[in-house]
Every structure is written in C-alpha cells, then in structure tokens.
Design a protein around this ligand. Structure first.
Ligand SMILES: [Zn+2]
Ligand SMILES: [Zn+2]
Length: 407
C-alpha cells in the first residue's frame, strides 16, 4: 500500500534536484534499486511472515505478562523495543559476515536517493528475527509487527541528499544527515549510525559519527560491484563468504570466516584492524550508456513487471502456492534480464528473448481471471514483438551500440 507514496516522494525528490540544478536519478541505478524492492517483497509472498513464527510461538507459550492492547504504554513500549532491537539487528548485519552478505545489497548503490531505501535483500527479514525474540515475552505480536512496519517505513525518507539538517531533531532521531554517513565507504563512515528511528542508540553504544562537512561521502561498497543485475547483487557476496569458508584450513577459522566481521583476517581481532581498512576516495561511478530506445523499452517492461507484481501481491492468498512460486521466479528472472540489458551483457538478448517467449506461453496456458482480456492480448502481442526483435538481435541482424561510461 505504501508503494504509490514511495513513487510520489521519488518524483518530488527529482523536482527538488531540478530546482537545485543537480543530476537526476539514473534510470539504470533506480530500476536496479526498485528491482531489489520487488525481489524482497516477492520473497515475502513465499515466506508469508515465516520469519515471525518463532515470535508468535514464544508469545503464545511463554509470555511473562499480558499488556492491554489499547493502552498507550503498550504502544510506546513496542515502538521503543522494536527500535532498540533494530539497532542490534542492523549492527549485527554489519559485524557478522554471513549477515553482511545479505545486507550489503542495501549498500550496493553508488547513489544516495529515496530509491536506495527500497534496495533490500530477499533474506533481510530472516537475518534479524532472533534479535526481536526477547520482545515476545511481553509485546503482543500485532503491536510488534505494526511497529516493525512503521520502523521500516520511517527509514525510507532518510535516503536523500536533499535535506541537509533538521536542527535539534538531529540529537534524537535518525535523519538523512546521519544516514548519509551510514551509507558512506569513507573510513570514518564505516560501521556507524545503525539506528532505525532513533539515533540515541548509536550515541549510547559508541557507534555515532557526525557528517563531516569537509569530506565528500563516497557511496557504495568498499569493493564496488560494477553491475545492474539484481540477482548478481543479491547473491555474489554469499558466494564470496562460501569461498572464504572453504579457503580456511581450521574449523575455528572457518567459523570465524562466517560469524566474524567482513574485515576479519586470521590472527586479527573479530572486526579486523583499523589500519587494514581500505581508504576509499571519490571514484568514477559505474555506468553503461545504452541507446534511448533501449532505456524506454526497459522502462516499459519494468513497469509491466511492477503491474504483474501488484496483481500477484493482491491475489496470491487465493492462488495455488506453485503458481505463486512460478510467477515469483518469472518476476525475478525478468528483473535479472532487465539488469543484464542495462549492463549490456553479450548474452542478455538471448535471455530476454527466452523471457518474452515464456510470458507468451504462460498467457496461452494459464487462466488469468483478474486481468482484462484486451489488456492480456495487448501484453501478448507486445511480448511477441519484443521477442521477435531480440531474436533478430541475437542472430546479429541488429546490434545495440553502447559504451561503458565512467563519470
Ligand atoms: Zn546498513
Ligand atoms: Zn539505508
């Protein structure tokens, strides 16, 4: 339900960027961010809040007190409790290598705008559920889930460069200024400002850093991934953690490679040494220039995927789980194809051709009772024509000209 508001706020941010005469959102980076948002929510359609099951179980069998659902104190305790636990979840996501392997998705953009707020890992929900379990002894599940949602919704608007400072609110709340520091790769920014709604947790536990006015923040990962492929960005780091695990010779080191910090090395402290950290300085941003028609094509196909996801999200409860899984795989495959085209990968056109043909087959084989027949026919024709186009591309009758641009 929040998505239309997300898009509206992104539009407003772009208007502000025009007024400030600053560069607008890049289409490739923005669609990659939104693709991660769709992938995260696709996961939610499959898991159906499975990550909250342990919470329900503990509350049902082991609760220590029953707080009245309609007393303000219950809601205040839930709000503060959720935010306190979020601080530790988020800190763990940066200090435990296997959790960072998921959370790095959120930090993988070299931009800092509202779209980045939606860039999340499909497994993010599973990374932190243990940290919230102490709340289950006294906070009712409905209050917990409501505040967990509010907490995440709050964090959308703090991904912007357009709001410089909020005066005295900066002492208490997590603000765009504090969150810019959190997304920086500069040494002073690393592992700082984990708070969700309140920044006081960072001030109390020693992880707070003020934005430096004399040092430009470099966004993105310390070792950046030059890719717009959301599936690659979701998975590459987990592959790296597995490699690190296999490369260690003792079990002690193998476990440390998974549970210690990303900068840990054998014989070094849990979070690595400060002097070993890479000094990131302003660097060229990864970009691939593709023709205007190709950008328009990808924007249209991405919009169709958003519409398809919306239909799936609305109707998935009444659908066979296998059908939901089929469409989730199709959506993730489509977003991957779109990312590969933005990267201008050599085999992207073959992948896109297959994707177009799969949708035409699905339209012919399955019953879509919730979609207008004319709209379905339009989609079918559009995907047949798109497939034909990529067929000509793949046999080299046509060729996209592009160049990697660093700026
Ligand atoms: Zn983070
Ligand atoms: Zn963020």
């Amino acid at each position: 339900m929040a998505w239309p508001y997300f898009l509206l706020f992104m539009l407003i941010e772009n208007i502000l960027l025009i007024i400030e005469n600053r560069p607008l959102y890049r289409l490739n980076d923005t669609i990659t961010s939104l693709s991660h948002g769709l992938i995260e929510h696709s996961g939610k359609l499959l898991f159906r809040a499975g990550e909250s099951y342990a919470y329900f179980y503990i509350y049902q069998h082991f609760k220590l007190m029953e707080l009245p659902w309609n007393r303000p104190i219950t809601w205040y305790l839930a709000a503060i409790g959720v935010d306190f636990c979020y601080y530790w979840v988020h800190r763990a996501c940066h200090e435990v290598h296997i959790l960072w392997a998921q959370h790095q998705v959120h930090h993988s953009s070299e931009e800092f705008n509202l779209a980045v707020g939606l860039r999340q890992s499909i497994l993010q929900g599973w990374c932190g559920f243990i940290f919230y379990l102490p709340l289950a002894f006294y906070i009712p599940p409905a209050h917990f889930i409501t505040h967990q949602q509010f907490n995440l919704l709050y964090q959308f608007w703090i991904h912007t460069k357009s709001i410089k400072t909020l005066g005295p609110l900066e002492y208490i709340f997590n603000t765009p200024q504090h969150h810019r520091v959190h997304h920086g790769s500069n040494i002073y920014c690393l592992d700082k400002n984990y708070g969700g709604v309140l920044i006081i947790w960072d001030r109390i536990f020693g992880t707070f850093a003020e934005e430096k006015k004399d040092e430009e923040i470099v966004y993105g990962l310390v070792y950046n991934q030059p890719s717009f492929n959301p599936l690659h960005l979701q998975t590459f780091y987990t592959e790296y953690v597995i490699q690190r695990f296999n490369s260690m010779t003792t079990w002690r080191h193998k476990l440390a490679a998974i549970f210690y910090g990303p900068s840990w090395q054998p014989g070094k402290p849990r979070l690595g040494l400060e002097e070993d950290k890479v000094k990131v300085v302003p660097r060229p941003v990864y970009d691939v220039r593709i023709p205007l028609w190709c950008n328009i094509y990808l924007l249209i196909h991405f919009s169709i995927m958003v519409y398809g996801f919306h239909l799936l999200a609305v109707h998935h409860v009444g659908l066979n789980p296998l059908t939901v899984l089929t469409f989730v795989i199709y959506i993730i495959g489509s977003l991957t194809a779109i990312g590969m085209l933005f990267d201008n990968k050599p085999n992207a056109c073959v992948f896109e051709l297959c994707r177009c043909m799969v949708l035409v087959t699905l339209i012919q084989r399955m019953q879509f009772i919730n979609i207008n027949e004319n709209l379905l026919l339009t989609f079918e024709i559009f995907f047949v024509l798109s497939g034909l186009f990529w067929f000509l591309q793949s046999i080299k009758v046509l060729q996209i000209s592009s160049k990697i641009k660093l700026h």
